[in-house]
Design a protein around this ligand. Structure first.
Ligand SMILES: CC(C)(COP(=O)(O)OP(=O)(O)OC[C@H]1O[C@@H](n2cnc3c(N)ncnc32)[C@H](O)[C@@H]1OP(=O)(O)O)[C@@H](O)C(=O)NCCC(=O)NCCS
Length: 167
């Protein structure tokens, strides 16, 4: 899988990407809304292993986000299968290095990933699952044309479910 947007490349993770992803996931600012809290290097390695398993199982997963200008890995964005209210759903997720926030990059990556998902896998809809207290993430979902659908409890945390249907 290889996807290009104006400023970004999205590609499948490789094991050795942990070197660039681990410092991002060890940053409390990035992990503020994650139930896991900050991740150790070995936890990031495990996460990348899970991403790779998802590619093999479903053909999609969370992809590495590379800034074309510098070839730097600045985070991840992609589609994961998650159990939401007892049902396997396709969920869009993203996490970027704060040095690159507020430049529209998460939106750019997520638009690329959702367009690819709809085109390639014919999903009837995609969900986003987010804490209301995370306005930047809510805003990215809104910019993906997602609408609030319902509240849920996800891994013990009250969350809002957003949805966008295939056109
Ligand atoms: C969520 C995240 C990926 C957004 O990345 P980003 O590249 O800054 O996103 P974008 O620039 O595409 O868009 C962010 C939007 O949120 C808005 N925003 C940012 N902080 C905000 C705040 N505190 N209150 C309200 N809006 C906010 C921005 O103004 C922008 O909206 P706009 O284009 O209408 O002005 C980034 O903050 C992140 O990695 N957070 C930590 C991980 C995380 O929470 N992931 C989501 C879990 S569901």
């Amino acid at each position: 899988m290889w996807l290009e947007t104006q400023r970004l490349l999205l590609r499948e993770f490789r094991q050795d990407d942990y070197r660039e992803l681990a410092p991002i996931q060890a940053n409390p600012q990035v992990m503020k809304f994650s139930q896991t809290g900050i991740l150790s290097t070995s936890q990031t390695k495990e996460k990348i292993e899970n991403f790779i398993t998802s590619y093999k199982q479903f053909g999609f997963g969370k992809w590495a986000v590379i800034l074309k200008q510098s070839s730097q890995l600045i985070g991840y964005c992609g589609i994961a299968v998650e159990q939401i209210d007892g049902k396997n759903e396709q969920e869009i997720g993203y996490r970027l290095d704060p040095r690159f926030w507020s430049q529209g990059l998460a939106t750019e990556a997520a638009v690329g990933a959702t367009d690819y998902g709809f085109a390639q896998f014919k999903f009837p809809y995609l969900l986003g699952i987010v804490e209301r207290a995370n306005p930047a993430s809510v805003r990215v979902l809104e910019k993906l044309r997602m609408h609030f659908e319902r509240m849920t409890v996800f891994h013990g945390v009250p969350m809002d479910v957003y949805r966008v249907d295939a056109i």
